[in-house]
Design a protein around this ligand. Structure first.
Ligand SMILES: NC(=O)c1ccc[n+]([C@@H]2O[C@H](COP(=O)([O-])OP(=O)(O)OC[C@H]3O[C@@H](n4cnc5c(N)ncnc54)[C@H](O)[C@@H]3O)[C@@H](O)[C@H]2O)c1
Length: 384
C-alpha cells in the first residue's frame, strides 16, 4: 500500500511510519514540526533527545534498506496538502497530525483557538484533498476516548441505537468531552461522518485511550530511531509522570482523589490497531469507529503499580494528592466497549509488572535528565 503518515515526526507517527515501511509499504511522512515548536514555547523537552526527522529517515534507510519519503508543511495550508495528495496518491492516510494535549488547549483563549483551528482545519483539508485526488482512499483518523467523557451509561463503540417515542435510529454516541482539545476531535468526527454520508468517503475513527511505552520492533534498533517520552504537565501522560517521579525519589502527584478511570494501551498495540484498520478497510461511504484501548485503570491503580515497581527496584515513593487542576468527575461509572479491534485480530499487550519494570528501568537510566520543575501542573481548567 501507499501510506501517508500525517504527523509522522511525532510520538506515535514515527514508529507507525517505520512499521509500515518495514513490512514493505511505500511510506510518506508529513509534518511541520509544530510539536518541536510547542515544546520550545513551553520550555519542556522529552526525557531523551529525539533526532531530527532527516536523521531518523537516514538511519532507518541504513538499518532497514528502506526509504521513507518526507514532506514538510502545514496541514492547515490546503495548497501544500493538495500537492502532497496529488503527487503521492495514497491508498491509506494515517492522520496523527494534530495538537494532542488537553492542558495545552486549556491554557488560554489563544491556545484553545489555535488547537481547534489546527486540528479541525487540518482535518478538513485532508478530507477535501482525498475527495479531489484519491476518493477511494481510506482515512484512518486518530481520535480519543476522552471525546466521550464519563457518561453514567456504558460507552458504545462510536454509535448508539436509540428508541425515541416508539421510533428507532442509529446516531453518533453523544459526547461530553473534557477540554477544548477533546472538543476538536469531536468536531473532526462530526465532519468525517458527514463526508462519509454525503460524499461516500471511507474513514475509520480510532477513539484511542492513553498510550504508554516507547519500544516497538523498530524503535529499539538504533538510538536515532527512538520515539519521544514526555513526563511534563503539558504533553506528559500520567504513567510517564509517575515513572519519572519514582526514578528521582519524588512523591507521585495524583490529581484529586485519583479514582478517575480511563482506557490505556501499549504503543505496540497502537501500531497493531492502525495496521489492522489499514488492512481491513471499511466499505466506501462507511464511517467506522473503534474504541482503541486494551485496559481500564484509575489514576490510583497506576500509582499503585508504579509504587510496587519502585519497591522491586529498591526505590521508595509515596503518593501526594494535589488539588485537581482539571474540572472532571472523580467518582464515576466507566465501562467502555472495545471489541471491534479484537474482532479484527488485535492481541493486547497488557500492562504487566514486567512491562512497568522495564519502563521504570528505562527512565532510571536517564534520571539525571529529569526536570522536576515540570511535575507540578501549571494549567487550571477554571480560575477560581
Ligand atoms: N499519545 C496518546 O496517548 C494519544 C492518545 C489518544 C489520541 N492521540 C492522538 O494521536 C495523534 C498523535 O499523538 P502523539 O502523541 O503522537 O502526538 P505528537 O504531538 O507527538 O504528534 C503529532 C505530530 O503532528 C504534527 N502536527 C501537528 N499539527 C500539524 C499540522 N498542522 N501540520 C503538520 N503536522 C502537524 C506535530 O508536529 C507532531 O509531530 C494525535 O492526534 C493525538 O491527539 C494520542
Amino acid at each position: 500500500m501507499r501510506i501517508l503518515v500525517l504527523g509522522g515526526d511525532g510520538y506515535l507517527g514515527w514508529p507507525t511510519a517505520m512499521h509500515f515501511s518495514q513490512r514493505g509499504d511505500e511510506v510518506c511522512i508529513v509534518d511541520n514540526f509544530a510539536k518541536r515548536q510547542w515544546e520550545m514555547e513551553e520550555g519542556i523537552e522529552p526525557l531523551w533527545s529525539v533526532s531530527t526527522l532527516h536523521r531518523r529517515v537516514k538511519t532507518w534507510e541504513n538499518v532497514s534498506g528502506k526509504k521513507i519519503e518526507v514532506k514538510i508543511g502545514d496541514l492547515c495550508n490546503h495548497r501544500f496538502v493538495y500537492a502532497v495528495f496529488e503527487a503521492f496518491k495514497p491508498d491509506a492516510i494515517v492522520h496523527y497530525g494534530e495538537q494532542p494535549s488537553a492542558p495545552y488547549s486549556m491554557q488560554s483563549r489563544e491556545a484553545a483557538v489555535y488547537t481547534q483551528h489546527n486540528n479541525v482545519v487540518g482535518n478538513l483539508n485532508v478530507m477535501f484533498a482525498m475527495q479531489k485526488f484519491v476518493p477511494n482512499a481510506h482515512l484512518i483518523k486518530l481520535g480519543t476516548m476522552g471525546e466521550y467523557g464519563t457518561p453514567n451509561i456504558d460507552i458504545e463503540e462510536g454509535w448508539l441505537e436509540i428508541e425515541h417515542k416508539g421510533r428507532k435510529d442509529r446516531v453518533l454516541y453523544p459526547k461530553k468531552p473534557g477540554s477544548y482539545y477533546h472538543l476538536s476531535k469531536v468536531h473532526d468526527s462530526a465532519n468525517l461522518e458527514f463526508a462519509c454520508r454525503i460524499w461516500g468517503m471511507k474513514a475509520t475513527d480510532l477513539n484511542q485511550g492513553v498510550v504508554y511505552g516507547v519500544d516497538t520492533d523498530q524503535t529499539v534498533l538504533h538510538d536515532d530511531l527512538r520515539t519521544s517520552f514526555h513526563y511534563d504537565d503539558i504533553f506528559g501522560t500520567v504513567l510517564n509522570r509517575f515513572l519519572s517521579q519514582a526514578a528521582v525519589g519524588r512523591n507521585l502527584t495524583v490529581y484529586g482523589n485519583g479514582t478517575q478511570t480511563r482506557g490505556f494501551l501499549n504503543i505496540k498495540d497502537t501500531i497493531a490497531c492502525v495496521a489492522l484498520a489499514a488492512d481491513n478497510s471499511p466499505e466506501q461511504g462507511e464511517f467506522r469507529i473503534f474504541n482503541q484501548f486494551t485496559e481500564q485503570f484509575s489514576v490510583l491503580d497506576l500509582a499503585t503499580k508504579v509504587q510496587a515497581s519502585a519497591l522491586r527496584a529498591g526505590l521508595d515513593c509515596k503518593v501526594d494528592y494535589l488539588a485537581n487542576p482539571r474540572v472532571e468527575q472523580e467518582n464515576h461509572y466507566y465501562n467502555a466497549v472495545h471489541t471491534g479491534l479484537v474482532e479484527l485480530g488485535l492481541q493486547p499487550t497488557l500492562l504487566t509488572d514486567d512491562v512497568v519494570d522495564a519502563m521504570l528501568a528505562n527512565v532510571c537510566a536517564q534520571k539525571d535528565a529529569v526536570d522536576t520543575d515540570v511535575f507540578i501542573p501549571r494549567v487550571k481548567w477554571k480560575q477560581s
